[in-house]
Design a protein around this ligand. Structure first.
Ligand code: SF4
Length: 285
């Protein structure tokens, strides 16, 4: 009796899967994220984003013209209530190579952060440190992370509002310690699409808040602001994201990105005493 609704549902699900695969493929191509012979470590936290990332990369790998390896890596942080069997069972059924790295970052965070304060920032830093060290030791050439378009736009506003800097989260970068190249193949994907895909696929999601900590309140406020904007003006978040790839340094005010001083009828370097005069100071003797 419900054959027609099911067919419609399957059609919509197929469209969503296709859109996500297309967006991931496009991001990989645009930023040359994966090259022939790469050994890619896929960070699997157990949340919807990383499951989606692994799932789509495996599907693309099967059809890709270049050969690369994928290995799922999960960090068991020894949180209370964590079920150590969920991920291995899922990954074995999938037939994908994996490692579970065990490190008790939970105790460290509990010891260092006062009761009632949010622990996520230190916890993520420790998690990153452990995973990046593991990647370097194992010789992985790329680390794939599950951040998506909305994470990137939220980070842009966090930096804008709280750090007075115009920076977000790049689709590809070298880690601060220089040891690893990080890639974000979900950079073009909307969080709502990922959430829906994860639900359709029935991934065995493991919550990140077993530790009882709260998501960063400032990020939550920005998420709410963006959701409100997007409800009122559909496409606004997408436009903000696209603006990150469409930067005009000569229309901003960062003197390290554009040679404003060199602009002039006489292109010679401006004199130091002229600078002092413009700033309302007496020229130095
Ligand atoms: S919710 Fe808990 S496990 Fe997740 S990042 Fe925050 S402190 Fe770490």
């Amino acid at each position: 009796m419900n054959a027609i609704p099911n067919r419609k549902h399957d059609y919509e699900a197929g469209k969503l899967a296709k859109r996500l695969r297309h967006q991931v493929g496009q991001a990989i191509a645009d930023f040359n994220m994966i090259e022939d012979g790469d050994r890619v470590m896929v960070c699997l936290s157990g949340g919807k984003d990383s499951y989606t990332l692994l799932d789509i990369l495996l599907k693309l790998q099967a059809k890709a013209p270049v050969r690369f390896e994928l290995t799922a890596v999960h960090l068991d942080q020894k949180q209370p209530g964590y079920d150590p069997d969920v991920l291995p069972a899922y990954l074995r059924a999938l037939g994908v190579p994996f490692h579970i790295v065990e490190q008790d970052t939970y105790s460290v965070v509990k010891r260092v952060i006062p009761e009632g304060k949010t622990m996520c920032s230190l916890c993520s830093r420790l998690r990153r440190g452990s995973l990046y060290t593991f990647a370097a030791e194992q010789g992985f050439t790329k680390i794939a992370l599950g951040h998506h378009r909305d994470d990137i736009v939220e980070t842009l506003f966090l930096n804008l509002f709280h750090q007075a800097t115009l920076k977000a989260m790049p689709p590809k970068l070298r880690s601060d310690d220089g040891r690893n190249v990080l890639i974000r193949p979900l950079a073009y994907c909307a969080e709502a699409d990922i959430a829906e895909y994860a639900q359709q696929q029935g991934f065995p999601i493991m919550p990140c808040n077993l530790c009882g900590s709260q998501e960063n309140l400032q990020r939550k406020a920005i998420k709410a602001m963006l959701a409100e904007w997007d409800a009122k003006f559909p496409g606004r978040v997408e436009n903000i994201f696209r603006a990150l790839g469409n930067v005009a340094p000569s229309q901003l005010a960062d003197r390290s990105l554009f040679d404003f001083a060199g602009l002039g009828a006489n292109a010679a370097a401006p004199r130091a005493d002229a600078h002092a005069w413009l700033a309302g100071r007496e020229p130095a003797e």
